[in-house]
Design a protein around this ligand. Structure first.
Ligand SMILES: *[C@@H]1O[C@H](CO)[C@@H](O)[C@H](O)[C@H]1NC(C)=O
Ligand SMILES: *[C@@H]1O[C@H](CO)[C@@H](O)[C@H](O)[C@H]1NC(C)=O
Ligand SMILES: *[C@@H]1O[C@H](CO)[C@@H](O)[C@H](O)[C@H]1NC(C)=O
Ligand SMILES: *[C@@H]1O[C@H](CO)[C@@H](O)[C@H](O)[C@H]1NC(C)=O
Ligand SMILES: *[C@@H]1O[C@H](CO)[C@@H](O)[C@H](O)[C@H]1NC(C)=O
Length: 508
């Protein structure tokens, strides 16, 4: 039909039309075939209908996350340059640190202390750890790893190496990344009689940094680094050797930088909590959509569960109350005791979390736990007992209104024995449970660290969200610094406003 048309005069007009028709036909064809092929190639089980739910909601981070990234502080005058350079305003410069501050700490793994040698096995696959073995029944076949909770520094550094807007021109960069493995560094000495050797690398790092021209520009206030252990491991206030931790975060240089840690101190303004690494490290958007629709459909026979270890030595711990109640609830609750090796296999952990409606997240040695992110990944609604576990922590990640995705039972309620966990959870209606679970499932891309070997196509992962927070913060710092008439510290208040709401819990 097309060929017949083309033979007719005036031939050049028709030929042009034919070529155009052919080209548009071709491009529309490939538009439809590419996603289809790649879905088959991936072998990912996706439900097309539910895929659409998450397609849009999964990336819509701003509305609910309590952090308004687009408003104030961003320099709009320069938006015209933005048209030409998609990276404008997002460039990151990475300091080329001497290897003793990062990769050497990994290399000597098995030579060092007891704790440290335990995590040697988790350093493979760019910090993701060994791949899990699972038939696909509990997890998916690809992109699941037995990731250790303390590997964030390595994972983040490797993700950064693939970041699309890296620059070698530090003057062009919005923020400067310092790839120091702070937690792995101090982790080597925490349980050993290493004296103040624990502080040595931190102090040397600061000396190295402050001599650079990059530091001198803003005294380090555009610098940031990752702390893959909780903040209290870096805040030794005394000079008593037997006291816990090093003093990295108390060094004046560290106070000028932005610190992204798995658990931050509520009282500081330069520290922001970002998710613990969990087991899922997708390489493509489709793997995320596939997982979301899988756990949306799982049967959840347990009303609630607790995956964790008792703290028999700590009389204060509410874990013993929780375990007692769980056992008393019989088949409605599942307790997986993490003393011993039960919880080292992600299949054991995930299979319980994804069969539970609610997952208890009590404080342990500190307020936060990695399990918060495992449970979100499993589509299980987290139950918190202290605001320090999440509400004042992951403010760049979770909705401001905590009732949308979680349940809060103050520790006092359990200690006073006024109402049982089961009673409280059973009082929540099915439709509320459903809407909370949907919100939890929607959070999955944002709390997941994608495989450092690839970038997700459209979804923002935990790394992207962290960078957004840093860039916004540094933009405001720069603006306030330039505008000398404005001595306001308003930009620091977002976190403090939230902490203030929960003040009474922190004064106890
Ligand atoms: C100071 O800067 C902050 C952050 O950019 C801004 O919100 C505030 O309105 C400024 N205050 C004055 C008095 O200009
Ligand atoms: C590794 O440990 C050995 C023994 O403690 C030490 O001599 C060596 O310098 C260390 N190497 C690195 C790269 O840290
Ligand atoms: C920065 O410089 C290094 C070493 O010359 C080079 O390997 C790298 O590709 C450069 N990165 C960018 C983003 O230009
Ligand atoms: C930290 O920043 C302040 C300015 O805000 C500056 O006065 C101070 O010297 C800086 N500290 C270091 C160690 O660079
Ligand atoms: C928080 O969300 C719940 C629904 O999940 C809603 O009923 C409540 O009004 C919200 N609270 C605020 C302060 O927006």
């Amino acid at each position: 039909m097309l060929a017949k048309f083309c033979k007719k005069p005036p031939w050049f007009v028709l030929l042009t039309l034919c070529v155009l028709a052919y080209l548009s036909h071709r491009s529309s064809l490939s538009y439809f075939t590419i996603p289809l092929n790649s879905r088959i190639a991936e072998g990912v089980d996706t439900e097309q209908s539910s895929r659409h739910d998450f397609d849009t909601k999964g990336v819509d981070t701003d509305q609910s996350s309590g952090y308004d990234f687009d408003a104030k502080g961003v320099d709009t005058d320069q938006s015209s340059r933005h048209d030409f350079d998609a990276c404008f305003g997002r460039y990151i410069y990475v300091h080329d640190l001497p290897s003793k501050f990062n990769v050497d700490i990994l290399k000597n793994c098995s030579y060092t202390t007891k704790w440290y040698s335990k995590i040697c096995g988790y350093m493979s696959n760019f910090g993701l750890g060994p791949r899990t073995k699972d038939s696909g029944k509990v997890l998916q076949k690809r992109s699941w790893y037995a990731t250790n909770q303390f590997m964030l520094e390595v994972i983040f550094h490797n993700r950064m190496k693939k970041y699309k807007c890296l620059t070698n021109d530090s003057a062009l960069a919005t923020a400067i990344f310092v790839p120091f493995y702070a937690g792995l560094d101090v982790g080597r000495y925490l349980w050993d009689d290493a004296g103040f050797y624990r502080d040595a690398n931190s102090i040397e790092l600061m000396k190295w940094l402050t001599e650079k021209t990059e530091w001198k520009r803003l005294q380090g206030r555009d610098h940031f680094f990752i702390a893959g252990r909780i903040t209290w491991d870096f805040r030794r206030r005394t000079d008593i050797q037997s006291d816990w931790g090093n003093k990295l975060m108390l060094l004046p240089e560290a106070k000028n930088m932005t610190i992204l840690g798995i658990e931050s101190s509520p009282w500081t303004n330069n520290e922001f909590a970002i998710p613990y690494p969990t087991y899922f490290h997708p390489t493509r958007d489709l793997e995320v959509f596939g997982w979301q629709s899988k756990i949306k459909r799982t049967k959840r026979p347990y009303l609630y569960s607790f995956v964790g270890a008792p703290r028999p030595k700590s009389e204060d711990s509410i874990r013993s109350i929780i375990i007692k109640q769980c056992i008393a609830s019989r088949r409605k609750c599942k307790f997986l005791d993490c003393n011993g090796k039960n919880c080292q296999n992600p299949v054991n952990v995930m299979s319980i979390l994804q069969r539970s409606n609610f997952c208890l997240q009590p404080s342990g040695d500190s307020h936060t736990r990695r399990s918060i992110f495992d449970s979100i990944l499993a589509g299980c609604i987290p139950v918190f007992f202290h605001p320090g576990s999440a509400f004042v922590q992951y403010i760049w990640y979770f909705p401001k209104n905590y009732t949308k995705y979680s349940v809060f039972i103050p520790e006092k309620t359990l200690r006073d024995d006024t109402k049982s966990i089961e009673t409280i959870l059973r009082a929540i209606s099915n439709s509320q449970v459903r809407s909370m679970r949907e919100e939890v499932i929607r959070l999955i891309p944002r709390i997941t660290y994608a495989d450092p070997q690839s970038n997700l196509e459209t979804l923002e992962d935990a790394f992207d969200t962290a960078l957004r927070g840093v860039i916004k913060r540094v933009d405001i710092i720069k603006k306030v610094t330039e505008d000398r008439t404005n001595d306001s510290v308003e930009f620091l208040e977002d976190k403090q406003m939230i902490v203030k709401q929960w003040d009474s819990f922190f004064r106890q």
